[in-house]
Write a protein that binds this ligand. Structure first.
Ligand code: ATM
Length: 236
């Protein structure tokens, strides 16, 4: 009985690792993600970045975010606003379902990338590994997200939770995760998830406590160096 349990736990660890290795296998070129705790400024930076790319005038782009505006995304937003109660594990499945549609649906990320566009997304797999990892343990988000391709680059907007929560005080209403105690957990989890995730995918860390413009410059300093922005006319 003991030996059986011993091997079972080893198999469990092995499967756990396989899920994670899977997550880090496939890279999607010209797909970049902004990640960060609440109040880190991902939405603001996405908007500035979008305008910057637009102004360069050369690269077709698609700017997007998760949870999406689709039916599953809408349901998730209602749960985040505490309008409806959804079990955290169910929410984990919903985030994965929303992401699958976001990737593979008709107007999805994969089709945009295939069309030669540069895709920038506010939050992606790492958000699930962090938020749902805290809420329901690592196994479920790791396994559900193991099927999704990695972006070419993930930029983490790094800001201490105390400063982020202070920034959020101006918001008219707060979502279920937007309290200091939870954000402290989120910050710690980001650091550990990104350490593992960064071994296969490219992760860049930006100091998000700086001014909006300084952060935007740092973000562009990374994105602007990506191969798609550095092709010669002749290469295209
Ligand atoms: P925004 O604040 O970026 O709109 O995201 C909404 C929330 O969704 C955010 N936390 N709050 N509040 C993080 C959460 N979220 C997850 O929990 N898992 C995910 O996979 C994603 C994409 C977002």
């Amino acid at each position: 009985m003991f030996i059986y349990q011993f091997y079972l736990s080893r198999i469990d660890v092995f499967l756990h690792l396989c899920y994670f290795i899977d997550i880090t296998m496939e890279l999607t070129r010209n797909f970049a993600v902004l990640e960060g705790g609440d109040g880190s400024g991902t939405t603001t930076q996405l908007s500035i970045l979008k305008n910057k790319i637009k102004n360069t005038g050369k690269i077709p782009y698609f700017s997007t975010f998760e949870p999406t505006t689709g039916k599953t995304g809408e349901l998730i937003r209602r749960a985040l606003k505490n309008e409806i109660t959804i079990n955290p594990r169910t929410l984990c499945y919903l985030f994965a379902a929303d992401r699958n549609e976001h990737l593979y649906g008709q107007d999805g990320i994969i089709n945009h990338v295939k069309n030669g566009e540069f895709v920038i997304c506010d939050r992606y797999v790492v958000s699930s590994l962090v938020y749902q990892g805290i809420e329901c343990g690592d196994k479920l988000p790791e396994s559900l997200n193991s099927f999704f391709p990695l972006p070419e680059i993930t930029i983490f907007l790094d800001i201490k939770p105390e400063i982020a929560v202070e920034r959020m005080k101006n918001r008219s209403s707060l979502e279920i995760y937007e309290v200091l105690e939870f954000q402290e957990k989120v910050y710690k989890k980001y650091i550990s998830v990104l350490e593992a995730y960064g071994k296969k995918g490219r992760v860049e860390i930006v100091d998000a406590s700086k001014s909006v413009q300084e952060v935007a410059d740092l973000v562009w300093g990374i994105i602007g160096q990506m191969p798609i922005f550095n092709h010669n006319e002749n290469d295209l």
